[in-house]
Design a protein around this ligand. Structure first.
Ligand code: KIV
Length: 258
């Protein structure tokens, strides 16, 4: 576990896989640290997992600041990564700087932003001004309207080439980590091999330097159907419902309080 991005680069050179999970609150962030995760991502997926929205578009910078501050308070060893939400960074590098600075002040060690090569200028601007950035490419959920849904990306050779070029451009601009979502395994592996910058994958196969999953998908708490690439390690919904039902039954039957 390390807050130090140089350790991520070292892990890549040594072929050591790094681990990332989302968390949005104090209790789960603590457990993620206890479990030894290398990085906690305060993802704007909280719009879906916590707020119950169909996508991430309504998440505000204020909400990201709040969740970042409570996660950062809970952990000391893992890297704390926070998402710049839709509408908070796209207009100009200066807009991105003021949004990113707020997340760093809230406790983030690094910010993540979505977008391809068009974001290179912004990433360069932030990197030169003390803000480490993770570039998120491939299926970027903030572009869900443009994609017409949460669809895998890079399926044609032409589309794959664009994603490859995005990765090179963003790393060259100063991105410290490149996250790739829902793209072909071969493409993610080629990008990982080509870059010195560490890569994180989600739905991008085993060839990336690190993996990330959404906490609610791992714990079986996602309402509805989780993405096909996620792996459920616990039937949390069933366990929690059983516990809550037992509590309600105890109260109704006057077994609790004793
Ligand atoms: O918001 C999020 O949780 C993410 C992950 C899916 C990578 O960006």
């Amino acid at each position: 576990m390390s807050k130090n991005l140089a350790d991520w680069e070292k892990a890549k050179r040594e072929g050591r896989k790094m681990t990332v999970v989302t968390a949005y609150d104090y209790a789960f962030a603590r457990l993620a640290e206890l479990a030894g995760l290398d990085c906690i991502l305060i993802g704007d997926s909280l719009g879906m997992t916590v707020a119950g929205d169909a996508d991430t578009l309504r998440v505000s910078l204020e909400q990201m600041e709040y969740h970042t501050s409570i996660v950062a308070k809970a952990v000391s060893k893992p890297l704390v990564m926070a998402d710049l939400p839709f509408g908070s960074f796209e207009e100009s590098p200066a807009q991105a700087f003021s949004a990113a600075a707020r997340l760093l002040k809230a406790g983030a060690d690094i910010v993540k932003l979505e977008g391809g090569a068009v974001m290179a200028e912004t990433i360069g601007y932030l990197s030169k001004r003390a803000i480490p950035v993770c570039a998120h490419i491939g299926l970027t959920p903030q572009h869900v309207r443009q994609f017409g849904g949460f669809k895998r990306q890079g399926k044609t050779q032409e589309a794959a080439q664009i994603i490859f070029d995005d990765a090179i451009a963003l790393a060259a601009a100063g991105a410290r980590i490149v996250l790739m979502e829902a793209i072909p395994t071969d493409l993610a592996t080629q990008i990982t091999q080509r870059l010195e910058t560490p890569t994180i994958g989600i739905g991008a196969g085993p060839g990336t330097d690190a993996q990330v999953l959404v906490l609610h998908d791992i714990l079986g708490l996602t309402p509805g159907r989780p993405p096909g690439f996620a792996k459920r390690y616990l039937d949390g919904a069933a366990l929690i419902t059983t516990a809550l039902t037992a509590y309600a039954e105890d109260v109704r039957a006057a077994r609790f309080p004793e």
